[in-house]
Design a protein around this ligand. Structure first.
Ligand code: HPA
Length: 307
């Protein structure tokens, strides 16, 4: 066969236009968020026979809880189609599906954050996957700075409500009604019954439980003392850099939410000392056992409530 003759300029242009058109068509045919979440859910279901109705997002230091799941299937985020991958220290980046007692659960060992450069939509993709898996309740955990004085280092605090100061909402853009309504209610974002269960169980275990309002900021820098005074003034008890996008997406799809913060440090300016991430991780590590006991006590009650 004779070698191909180089194309003349107009022919080259035509070919480029054709390629562009075919690319645009392909892009339009690419799966949307709902389909992508469905594909990820199918992939997870291809790896385990369990069909959990409760999911846990395990924040800083808490991932170890998922290592205790019985009959566990561990799936690295990198394997799950379209799943975002965590770059934060103290986050393993694995989904563990297994049992706590008799309750099947899916546990995320680590999450992604806005401060890592992910969009709000990417941050909530795992929640969309849970929605497609038929999950009915999600327990979101995090590390937070304590603004209210009683919320001292090491305390576990049940989130009663939040203030979104991250400047973004994962539902911005066209709404897919298959996930939920365009304008969804957030008056009872943190399930009242779940909150009572967590406070009740925590108190029964001698943990002296409090509830508090969580303010979400973009991070990654910690706040200034002036920002903490401002947050206190507007009604925040806790401050952190996660959780709120996930709560918004979960409620959008009708998933009931329990949020629990571990106060890893007094917020900036409360004590006369600088904040650092090592302290945050050390406190989370120290309180881990208590946190796990609380989660184990609450899980069967949540399972009953959604049955
Ligand atoms: N501020 C913001 N996020 C945090 C803090 C804090 O003090 N502690 C743990 N996460």
């Amino acid at each position: 066969m004779s070698p191909k003759k180089p194309l003349k300029k107009p022919a080259r242009k035509k070919l480029a236009a054709k390629k562009l058109l075919s690319f645009a068509r392909k892009r339009d045919a690419l799966p949307g968020e709902f389909e992508r979440a469905g594909l990820a859910a199918d992939f997870i279901f291809s790896r385990t026979n369990l069909r959990p109705r409760i999911a846990l997002v395990l924040g800083s230091g808490l991932g170890a809880f998922a290592d205790e799941f019985a009959g566990a299937t561990k799936i690295s985020y990198a394997e799950i189609p379209y799943f975002p991958q965590s770059t934060a220290i103290g986050h393993a980046g694995r989904l563990v599906v297994g049992r706590v007692g008799v309750v099947p659960v899916a546990g995320m060992q680590g999450r992604v954050h806005l401060y890592e450069g992910y969009s709000a939509k990417e941050v909530v993709f795992p929640i969309r996957v849970f929605a497609r898996m038929g999950v009915k309740a999600v327990i979101l955990t995090n590390a937070a700075g304590g603004i209210r004085r009683e919320l001292s280092q090491g305390r576990l605090v049940v989130i009663s409500d939040h203030i979104n100061l991250q400047g973004v909402n994962p539902l911005t853009g066209p709404n897919d009604e298959r996930f939920g309504l365009r304008f969804h209610d957030m008056t009872a974002a943190y399930d009242r019954r779940f909150r009572e269960m967590a406070v009740g169980e925590g108190n029964r275990l001698g943990m002296g439980m409090y509830e508090g309002v969580y303010a979400a900021v973009p991070g990654p820098s910690y706040e200034t003392p002036a920002e903490i005074r401002y947050l206190r003034t507007i009604g925040a008890d806790l401050v952190g850099m996660s959780t709120v996008p996930e709560v918004i997406a979960a409620r959008h799809s009708g998933i009931r939410v329990l949020g629990i913060s571990c106060v890893t440090n007094a917020a900036a300016g409360i004590l006369d000392q600088p904040l650092n991430h090592v302290e945050v991780l050390e406190t989370a590590e120290r309180v881990k056992g208590q946190f796990i006991r609380l989660l184990k006590a609450v899980l069967p009650q949540i399972a009953d409530a959604i049955a």
